[in-house]
Design a protein. Sequence first.
Length: 132
Amino acid sequence: MNPRVMNYINKVMLVGRCGQQPELKYFESGAVKASISIAVRPPYRSDQALWFDLVAWGNQAEVIGNYVHKGTQIAITGEFGFDRWADKNSGTMRQKPVITINAIELLGSPRKEESISTSTPNETQAVANANF
């Protein structure tokens, strides 16, 4: 293993359902960003969901925009971080936790409970290999 990797581990793995339609943002540079949130229900606390904000870039953002909808079950791996901004009214710095997606797997659609993939092998490979 690379010695540099041993000094830095920031990996998050989640399986959950998308809470709203993805929000896509296209930039003048050609970059694309998708923002979603997912609900994760631990088996020992099925009455209470944990919510996570996620962001994806590039090919992964395009796949999310095309195939992920409210209620879609997904599995992701990513990195934990913070989104920071200055409050418009007070100028105070604000932050919220956000997970940047490194890989995504589509597990099902909002209409069907069976575990199926809604992407083609080429799209799944593009998602797995997307660099941003």
